[in-house]
Design a protein around this ligand. Structure first.
Ligand code: ATP
Ligand code: MG
Length: 199
């Protein structure tokens, strides 16, 4: 089995995440995509993140119309910072050795993969698929230098339909009273309005 993992803060989840996941699923022929909202991302400790229940709910709502998309609250069930390595270790146990894991990340995140917690061990457990984000180039040479040539078979790059959407932009739009229509699924927009998020 081939399982894709889409990790993120999803604060809120938007069409950039969804379209990217769907396109990677087809290109890599993945059996399913697991959306895993991050509880306490080590690189976002300085920002106030929306309570996890809201982020989880929005992720459920956004993905429910796609039979290949699943959501896992596993990072909320662990204490401490949310390290991807712990998540991969847990997933390897859950799915067994016959399953290959494909972690989907934006080119912005791939660019500093070497700074992730126990990066070399992490790369040995899963494939990493970098998807394009505006104005970011992944420096494959730098990654090769850090991880070594043989590890590069776990690093992939794909070009997906680039949607220039970010959660930061969406939060700012809401704060300044602007529309977020066509940036997030309608069910997510309705949830944000009902719960008065990001005001
Ligand atoms: P923020 O602005 O709060 O950082 P974000 O829009 O970057 O939010 P994250 O939850 O940080 O969203 O992203 C989760 C993953 O999805 C990351 O790997 C990120 O690179 C990727 N991603 C985010 N937005 C897009 C997009 N528009 N297209 C493709 N990938 C995206
Ligand atoms: Mg981001």
């Amino acid at each position: 089995m081939k399982v894709g993992i889409m990790g993120g803060t999803f604060d809120p989840i938007h069409f950039g995440h969804l379209a990217t996941a769907e396109s990677v699923r087809e290109i890599f022929k993945l059996d399913e995509i697991l959306f895993i909202p991050s509880a306490r991302p080590p690189h976002k400790v300085e920002r106030q993140i929306t309570p996890e229940l809201h982020r989880l709910m929005m992720t459920f709502l956004a993905t429910k119309s796609n039979e290949f998309f699943q959501v896992s609250p596993m990072e909320f069930l662990r204490d401490g910072l949310s390290y991807t390595l712990d998540t991969m270790t847990e997933l390897t146990k859950k799915y067994g050795a016959g399953t290959e894991l494909f972690f989907i990340i934006g080119a912005d995140s791939m660019a500093d993969l070497s700074k992730w917690y126990k990066a070399r061990e992490l790369l040995s457990k899963a494939h990493f698929i970098a998807t394009n984000r505006p104005n970011v180039e992944v420096n494959l040479e730098a990654l090769k230098e850090f991880f070594g040539a043989s590890a590069m078979k776990h690093i992939h790059q794909v070009s997906t339909p680039g949607l220039e959407i970010s959660s930061t932009d969406i939060r700012e739009k809401i704060k300044s009273g602007k529309s977020i229509k066509y940036l997030v699924p309608e069910v997510v927009e309705e949830y944000i309005i009902k719960e008065r998020l990001y005001l």
